[in-house]
Design a protein around this ligand. Structure first.
Ligand code: GTP
Length: 594
């Protein structure tokens, strides 16, 4: 135990976490140069393209210090606000953290919230100023920020460049010197924290864990405390570049477990592994992660519903956070109502369906979960506008609120505050971190920030502002269901739940947007927005006079065919509702209302 160090890296997206991890692996010769690929830890294609570490992993390296060999376990953490619970569990598995800050960018909101998590778990923080090779680096200024933030000694900040390989040895030495060895009782009943699970097509689910007390041996009968399921520890081992099987994983160490588990859902991050006989108690802090954003996913081609179901089932094998159930829409037919951790998670699911399963899907307007009370204490969970009870049956509606932290340069706080006010925010706090950087704390309805909030924040702050938020509970709100009718027919997939004060404006702009997006057809299309039976806005798409072929007089048949084919292609993502054709963009138009 004396020679084990468990640590993670806390960094804002793009501050160089993956690059630094690569350097540490190289320096400790955990990987040979030949095996070295840029950004080794991001092994999904998609992750690499997006440059975001979506799923956390762990890797073990050996480092010789004063002639003694130390085992360093690096536990990777995801860097996006959608995945903050996983971050908290990874942090709980460590004694120390590298706080990596880009010397040209300074500290961002996400870094701070993860840093607070780490400090809350009593982790030893090693500050690293990365990218000091950049001409735009401001090492003195950013060092000030770090000192202000964590109250460390200025000379404890390690200056590094992950790209140029500067400061790597120093970082490894600091890990051994400053981070305490794990504590724990090898004789006590087994308690191991599950901090992640990884899906493997051939071997099923690999459970990643950190042993707090006791030890786990190959072949042991184990139990997951919260799910109460029992398994045989068929294989255990440590994660190097590849898995290396072991007979025992002892107190303080990190390892993997394979026991024929087929579905990610069975394994809950934050759960505790113990023995079936002589079992230990659950490790504190377990939570069932809940989806925050809901949307319908429908096949473009209705005959592909069963294929889509099969694809969703496969996706769920390695995405425990994704939930779904079948749903029918008058406009879109059979599909699924899905729950996601956030908008990024939703985009990832949609992209994986298209890439890995070759599905073309229509996604409906995302929504958060509302609570509609039909009496004082009878509550319906509203995950889709169609779940909303009729207006005269509603006592009141509650919506989820978040506490949001934003950090920005001082010059942008005016526009940021204006944006948050427009989004029904309540300013709670405003702190100058340095003379030039301000932290704003707002309480905001989740519904107002899940869509385009982050993009707008980035735009008005020229990319400087960063955002982090956490759910703080449900509050009563004046919400109404807004319906869209095309030629008098309600298009359920275009309904949305909006705040009463914004309903008129929303309805008007949505009608205008739809007028732009709906292709002209042989007849006039009336677009109406309504609350209940009351129409609040109306637009018209004029009828088309000529058909497309009218353009090609003369007998050029190939030209005609080309035009017809082009038309057919255009139809691919169209949906027929009543006699009106609706393109996919229309279903997402709501998101793009400025
Ligand atoms: P996520 O995986 O998205 O969280 O990002 P990350 O924090 O892992 O950042 P990553 O390692 O992918 O680095 C982001 C970008 O910064 C890449 O283009 C790197 O090449 C670059 N970068 C990383 N470290 C350094 C450095 O020390 N100096 C310079 N100049 N660039 C660096």
């Amino acid at each position: 135990m004396k020679h084990i160090r468990n640590f993670c890296i806390i960094a804002h997206i793009d501050h160089g976490k993956s690059t630094l991890a690569d350097r540490l692996l190289e320096f400790t010769q955990t990987v040979s140069d030949r095996d070295m690929q840029a950004q080794l830890l991001d092994d999904m294609d998609l992750e690499r393209e997006r440059g975001i570490t979506i799923k956390s992993h762990a890797i073990q390296m050996n480092f010789v210090y004063n002639d003694e060999t130390y085992v360093l376990n690096l536990i990777d953490t995801p860097g996006h606000v959608d995945f903050s619970y996983e971050v908290s569990r990874a942090i709980a598995a460590c004694e120390g953290a590298l706080l990596v800050v880009d010397a040209a960018q300074g500290i961002e909101a996400q870094t701070i919230s993860n840093l607070y998590l780490a400090i809350g778990h009593d982790l030893e923080i090693i500050p690293v100023l990365n990218k000091i090779d950049l001409p735009s680096a401001l090492p003195e200024e950013v060092s000030d920020q770090i000192v202000d933030l964590i109250g460390c000694e200025r000379d404890s900040i390690i200056r590094a460049s992950a790209k140029a390989g500067i400061g790597i040895n120093e970082i490894l030495q600091a890990i051994v010197e400053r981070i305490p060895a794990p504590k724990g009782d090898p004789q006590a009943p087994l308690q191991a924290l599950i901090f992640d699970s990884v899906y493997n097509t051939f071997r099923g689910i690999e459970v990643l864990f950190r042993v707090y007390n006791g030890e786990i041996k190959k072949g042991d009968k184990v139990k997951f405390v919260n799910t109460k399921r029992e398994y045989d520890a068929d294989e255990i081992g440590v994660l190097k570049l590849k898995q290396e099987a072991r007979d025992t994983i002892s107190t303080g160490n990190v390892g993997y477990l394979i026991s024929g588990i087929k579905e990610a859902r069975e394994v809950k991050v934050g759960d505790t592994i113990t023995h079936v006989t002589r079992s230990g108690p659950a490790i504190q802090g377990f939570e069932n992660v809940k989806p925050m954003v809901f949307a319908g996913i429908y096949p473009v081609d209705t005959s592909e519903f069963e294929d889509l179901r099969a694809a969703m089932e496969k996706l769920q094998l390695n995405d425990a956070a994704l939930i779904w159930e079948p749903e029918t829409s008058a406009a879109l037919g059979f599909g699924f109502r899905c729950g996601f951790l956030g908008m990024l998670h939703m985009e990832i699911v949609q992209e994986r369906l298209e890439r890995e399963f070759d599905m073309t899907v229509i996604t409906t307007v995302p929504s958060v979960q509302f609570h509609a009370y039909t009496t004082k204490d009878e509550m319906t969970k509203v995950n889709a506008p169609s779940d909303m009870p009729e207006p005269n049956y509603i006592d009141h509606v509650e919506e989820p609120f978040v506490r949001a932290q934003m950090i920005s340069k001082a010059e942008y706080i005016g526009p940021i505050i204006a944006l948050c006010m427009d989004k029904r925010g309540i300013l709670k706090n405003q702190v100058y971190l340095t003379t030039d950087r301000v932290e704003l704390t707002f309480e905001l309805p989740l519904a107002e920030i899940v869509f385009d909030f982050f993009d707008r924040l980035k735009t008005i702050s020229r990319g400087y502002a960063s955002l982090d938020y956490e759910l703080i509970g449900f509050r009563p709100s004046h919400l109404v269901k807004l319906d869209i009718l095309l030629n008098g027919e309600k298009v359920d997939a275009l309904s949305a739940i909006v705040h009463r004060d914004k309903a008129y404006d929303w309805g008007k702009r949505l009608c205008e947007k739809l007028r732009e997006l709906l292709p002209r057809q042989q007849f006039e299309i009336a677009i109406q927005a309504a609350i209940g039976t009351k129409v609040i806005a109306r637009e018209t798409v004029k009828a088309l006079r000529k058909n497309v072929l009218a353009k090609c007089y003369g007998g050029d048949i190939s030209r005609k065919r080309k035009l017809l084919e082009k038309q057919k292609k255009g139809k691919k993502r169209m949906r027929q509702v009543g006699n009106v054709e609706i393109p996919q963009e229309a279903f997402m138009a709501v998101l793009k209302l400025e």
